[in-house]
Write a protein that binds this ligand. Sequence first.
Ligand code: C2O
Ligand code: CU
Ligand code: CU
Length: 542
Amino acid sequence: MSGNRISGLGSHQLSRRRVLELGLGAGAALVGSALLPRGAWASGLPSTPIRFQPFTRELPTIANGQLTVLKSQPAFATGCTFPVTAKPSFYAITMKRAQAEIIPGVKTEIWGYDGLYPGPVIVSRMGTPDVIRFANELDVETSIHQHGGHNPSDSDGLPMRDQLIFPGQSKDYCYPNQPSTGPDGRPDPNDNPSFLWYHDHATDITGPNVYRGLAGVYPVVDELESGLIAAGKLPEVGSAFDLPLVLQDRLFNADGSLFYSPFEHDGFLGDVFVVNGKAQPFHVVQRRKYRLRILNGSNARIYMLRLSSGARFLQIGADRWLFPHPVERDRILLGMAEVADVIVDFGAQQPGDVVYLENILVQDSGRGPGGDLNAPDVRVPGTPLVKFVVAGGQPAGDLSISRTEPLRPITPISPGEIVATRTFEFNRSQGAWQVNGQFYDEDRADAQVKLGTAERWILKNGGGGWWHPIHIHLENHLVQRFNGRPPPVYNSFKKDTTLLGPGDEAEVFIRFRDHAGRFVAHCHNVEHEDDRMMIRWDTVAP
Ligand code: C2O
Ligand code: CU
Ligand code: CU
């Protein structure tokens, strides 16, 4: 099975769907999860974990230049049309192979947007459309999804034949970045996002493509957020005090190459924790408040985050959106694709103190961690992900955000607006993954919704001990009830991904604004997604 090694795969790896179509699915699933204990199937698995000294490399940030901010280009001819006259920003990104130093002193081949892992940071302004020309210099097809974005169907980066970018081709993605119109016909800034990300979404091979490095962050600012920044409540985007943290886990071969198995249908886990492309980095902080935008960019790993100092997080947002007001948290459970937008205050620390951002969740299988959503299996102290070293000296100013700061209001969806209720049950079948007993088929619409209406969707975990973070494209959703009860306050605001533990059920309201066409919803365990735990749903004009 050494052919499982990414480095050993040819240009056309056997995708999971192809494995299933060849009738190898059940067998492969058995090899992956039942016949042999985990660790054994993989005679191809690295026999010894790669060894390195943690906390010897700096956390890549925008301020230290290790996270590159994408520069705009002179305008080029494009097929993009926008309903507004605002002048777009033009960008170009090439997807290609490159070498990265993820493990200190070790070169690893990655696939990166512009050869970078993570991809360049795209800083965007609400009201200014973005046109991005993505060129594919890899040898597999790609599709680029702006996760959390509100975009026309043909720019959504769907796993659909007519949306794929084949090797040697390029495609222009048209992101309008327009605040939508509220019920009164005026722009409604309440749905404006703060922190999108972009990642590969190619049919069947999203897992390996993202794993090899095809993901990056996409912060967005609008007037409301600029106001909070101008008032000194939030830091300047991209400044030393606004840190995106992309959490991922990876497995390495002894030679430093990435290891991935397309046969791991349960979800692929790594044993090295990587933040912004570096294995367990450190970062020197001042004695003041920081905004950390923590994205779980892992394929199948769920995190429970805590600060080793015992200090609390002041959570100001989740997924792509700011909360109406901050919420204090001791620990934060973060499923794949979820974001915790938090303020962390190092003001009470002494010079030289060390504070770790730790993951205390125990998870040894792609199935998910042990326990359930309310009582997950945690171990303190956990694995340190980032080491923050507190510097001496006077901090350069501080944020004035208070515990009750009004942030971004929510336009509620009332039960009276609901025109339809749909139930989607996520379950395992035939060694792969289904929704309502069916595999994803891009040619079959599983739901058709009318623009200008709101619906109730029941998202149900079919059980079996599996965890599924359910992601819905195009629109955010408001969780009304979780297992029949109101959700905890931090999960009661706008979300685009809702984590379901074994047997859980979420009732969510969604308002469909504009953009008629095809969209998807799926489990964001990307191995489950590649194994077809996805629906296509369409929006139609009223
Ligand atoms: Cu982040 Cu459809 O995915
Ligand atoms: Cu999405
Ligand atoms: Cu899943």
